[in-house]
Design a protein around this ligand. Structure first.
Ligand SMILES: [Fe+2]
Length: 347
């Protein structure tokens, strides 16, 4: 690796607690710390292009999204690529879900109303809200984050990063959904043992809304302002977090400032979704590239100061993620300098 790709200060190394918010220790090293020759075992950085992960629901309308990663505390990642609306209804009774729409236009119908989400939208469906979704034009692709701890928008200040009044869109009652006939309702639990009720009617056929609050909303990634410390750079700030503090979401799109330091994140796994360019983010150029650096694995990370721009988001979680065999088969080991495929494992 050349000095140019290593950054200006390749030998400075940070160890940090509590993500970007806790204690830190800084040392220098005589070598470029992210380099590794080979690795065996599950706690190794990986990357996958979502297009290469073919979820079961792409060909089987009866399938649920395909799991990419699980964890002991119940944080999970799934992918979906439906070509038709779900012929059933799901209610996750143990976790909130954030659906990120990587491509396509998706209609969500829920217990509290409907909304149409487009590319770059995060859609929040809290625990115990029943829903179904499907593409409006034949194809879609989404990444789903499941969080047992309730999530909420927690920007650093009431205004600035988010313009809630302008950009947060809530589900609205859709009078077109008829009572219909018998409908399967799947209650989803963390153990994966789904329970299926047969209901006499479509449970998503609603009347009118009586309360002010609507728990299902959408927010586009491009509407979340990036946060930077100039001129030298610094950590991003999250826009969403879980009540237990075990899950944080950030807009990690291109921003001014210096390259991240070489560091070890003691408490959080880092999952980054490179959504699209036009600019490259280090070794990531294909839209919908998912990268994962497990906690305690030293990494550098590409420069985020890319004049052409790109869109990306970061999930930090205290969960120790484990990729499923299917996701491992569709992914590659990753080097943690620029997040390209690791030389030992280029397929
Ligand atoms: Fe990091």
């Amino acid at each position: 690796m050349s000095d140019e790709t290593k950054g200006a200060e390749p030998n400075v190394q940070l160890w940090t607690r509590d993500g970007f918010l806790g204690a830190l220790s800084v040392v220098t090293r005589s070598t470029y710390a992210p380099d590794y020759l080979s690795v065996e075992g599950p706690h190794a950085p990986r990357r996958a292009v979502l297009e290469h992960l073919v979820p079961g629901d792409a060909s089987d309308p009866q399938a649920l999204p395909t799991t990419v990663a699980t964890s002991r505390i119940g944080v999970k990642l799934h992918v979906s690529a439906r070509r038709a609306p779900m012929p059933f209804v799901v209610r996750n009774v143990e976790a909130d879900e954030i659906h990120f729409i990587q491509s396509g236009t998706v209609k969500f119908e829920t217990d509290v109303g409907s909304l149409i989400a487009g590319e770059g939208d995060f859609v929040c469906i809290p625990r115990a809200i029943a829903y179904r979704y499907g593409p409006t034009h034949g194809a879609m692709r989404s990444l789903i984050v499941e969080s047992p701890s309730a999530v909420k928008l927690t920007p650093p200040a009431p205004s600035g990063m988010l313009n809630i009044a302008r950009d947060l869109k809530y589900a609205e009652i859709d009078p077109e959904i008829a009572p219909g006939g018998p409908t399967r309702l799947i209650l989803k639990t963390l153990d994966g043992e789904n329970t299926v009720f047969l209901m006499p009617h479509d449970p998503l056929s609603l009347g009118v809304r009586l309360s002010d609050s609507v728990p299902v909303w959408k927010l586009n990634l491009t509407k979340i302002q990036v946060h930077a410390y100039l001129p030298e750079g610094g950590p991003p700030s999250h826009f969403l977090s879980s009540g237990a503090g075990d899950l944080l979401l950030f807009n990690l799109s291109a921003r001014l400032g210096g390259r991240p330091p070489i560091h070890i994140n003691a408490d959080f796994d880092e999952v980054i979704c490179y959504v699209q360019g036009p600019g490259a983010w280090g070794g990531c150029t294909e839209p919908g590239t998912l990268t994962w650096v497990p906690k305690g694995v030293i990494h550098h990370g590409p420069s985020e100061d890319v004049p052409e721009g790109y869109q990306a988001w970061l999930l930090e979680t205290r969960a120790t993620l484990r990729w499923t065999p299917q996701a491992i088969a569709a992914s590659q080991l990753m080097e943690t300098g620029n997040y390209a495929p690791h030389p030992s494992n280029v397929k």
